[in-house]
Design a protein around this ligand. Structure first.
Ligand SMILES: Cc1cc2nc3c(=O)[nH]c(=O)nc-3n(C[C@H](O)[C@H](O)[C@H](O)COP(=O)(O)OP(=O)(O)OC[C@H]3O[C@@H](n4cnc5c(N)ncnc54)[C@H](O)[C@@H]3O)c2cc1C
Length: 392
């Protein structure tokens, strides 16, 4: 038996024994917030995975990661998918600031922040966008004034996802107003639970409030939480965006993304019916096959890109994966909703199954994948300029 096959057997056995029933199938996933109380099974699942380093499988063991190779991590995600285990932990700590600190953080910053992320003890939020700085992010005006051992921050961020439950924020702030706009920006970390930070939820038409406005009124960021050099935060901030786009585009894997193709066929057979083991509607069968081929080609390309890039996230080319991956996610969610018919349009309750409610949520959520992390047009601009080298 090959080493990887042996690893798969061990992992499958461990998962069977350790993934509680309440952490399988659709439902809540831990975000690490100290303000959100987890149901017992989810808390147990998080604790068990954190103990094995499975919340951040490829991170170094010294920071609470699993020290796994990308191939082993893929096996872990596949086996989690096979038993419908939820991701033990999600959030911007794992997907954005963690990988950025691994590259740009000092040893002290890594020691201070990474273990709390892998243990699911903190939730992070992203302070990038401002009312007049979204696509043109470098136009940001939130200022940070140097006060010796700390910065004093004044200004406003907007669309801060999860700010109301987050413990920490990573933020881009202006530290030099006289420099060209990309050169006077610094990347800082600050706590949300301080008098200078006010969070106001933005209520959506659906009634939920996934994001907030965040106001800084003499907020404090310690100097020890400046990541990278002063005024060189654009480089750090751009790299973090590549990690974010890699996550949105599906480059970085995860249990929930294990095998959407097989899921679609199953959904089709359930809602449309099957004849001799095949999906009953031949036109829908073709549509699903075409989608699955696109998806498989994308996944193989993503794996190749990951293998070619030892740091796990490619550079500017990440925008290609964000652009194509976000569209695939939208197409996949839309297809699933179509297959379910009106059952795929359920809001809370009303006799819908958990899978049906999740399909509606996924369909609505994926509408935003072509906006957050930088819109489609911005990704196309980056690909044109930085990947293809086309003139302005
Ligand atoms: C669900 C969701 C969650 C988010 N979470 C966060 C978060 O946690 N933290 C955070 O900081 N931000 C967050 N954002 C904000 C997100 O990053 C911005 O919405 C995005 O970057 C676009 O900026 P904007 O909304 O200001 O739109 P604009 O920049 O005003 O763009 C409007 C339109 O113009 C187009 N456009 C703009 N400039 C160009 C150009 N040069 N060339 C071609 N087209 C152009 C855009 O593509 C877009 O279609 C979130 C957004 C969403 C939808």
């Amino acid at each position: 038996m090959s080493e990887l096959a042996e690893f798969r057997r061990d992992i499958a056995g461990w998962l069977k024994e350790n993934c509680p029933g309440g952490a399988r199938g659709p439902g809540q996933v831990a975000s690490g917030s100290s303000k959100v109380k987890l149901p017992r099974d989810l808390a147990l699942w998080l604790e068990r995975c954190a103990e094995r380093g499975f919340t951040a499988p490829t991170w170094p063991k010294q920071y609470g990661g699993g020290g796994l190779t990308p191939a082993q991590a893929r096996v872990l995600y596949e086996e989690m998918g096979a038993i419908r285990a939820r991701s033990p932990l999600m959030g911007m700590g794992l997907s954005m600031i963690g990988p950025t600190l691994l590259e740009f953080g000092t040893d002290a910053q890594k020691e201070r922040h990474l273990p709390k992320i892998t243990q699911g003890q903190v939730q992070w939020c992203q302070g990038y966008s401002e009312p007049n700085a979204g696509s043109d992010l470098a136009a940001l005006k939130t200022r940070a004034d140097d006060q010796g051992d700390h910065f004093v921050i004044n200004g406003q961020k907007i669309w801060t996802s999860g700010a109301s439950t987050a413990d920490w924020m990573f933020a881009l702030v202006r530290t030099d107003f006289s420099a060209p706009k990309h050169e006077g920006i610094s990347f800082v970390l600050l706590t949300m639970d301080q008098p200078g930070v006010t969070v106001k939820p933005i209520r959506l038409i659906s009634g939920s409030s996934p994001f907030c406005e965040t106001f800084f009124d003499n907020a404090i960021a310690k100097k020890e939480d400046l990541v990278g050099q002063l005024n060189k935060g654009w480089t750090v901030g751009k790299r973090l965006l590549q990690h974010e786009r890699s996550g949105i585009g599906g480059l970085s894997g995860g249990a929930r993304r294990s095998n959407p193709g097989a899921q679609l066929a199953k959904v089709a057979k359930t809602y449309i019916g099957e004849v001799d083991g095949r999906i009953a509607d031949s036109a829908m069968r073709d549509t699903i096959i075409r989608f699955n081929m696109h998806r498989a080609a994308f996944q193989l390309t993503a794996e190749r890109a990951n293998e070619e890039n030892r740091s796990g996230t490619p550079g500017e080319a990440t925008s290609i994966f964000k652009l194509v991956g976000a569209a695939l996610q939208q197409d996949g969610a839309d297809l699933k909703r179509q297959l379910m018919g009106t059952r795929g349009l359920g809001a809370d309750g009303h006799g819908f199954t958990a899978d049906e409610l999740e399909a509606t949520e996924e369909w609505l959520h994926t509408k935003a994948t072509t906006i957050y992390g930088g819109s489609n047009e911005i990704q196309a601009n980056i690909i044109a300029k930085r990947v293809l080298g086309l003139p302005e």
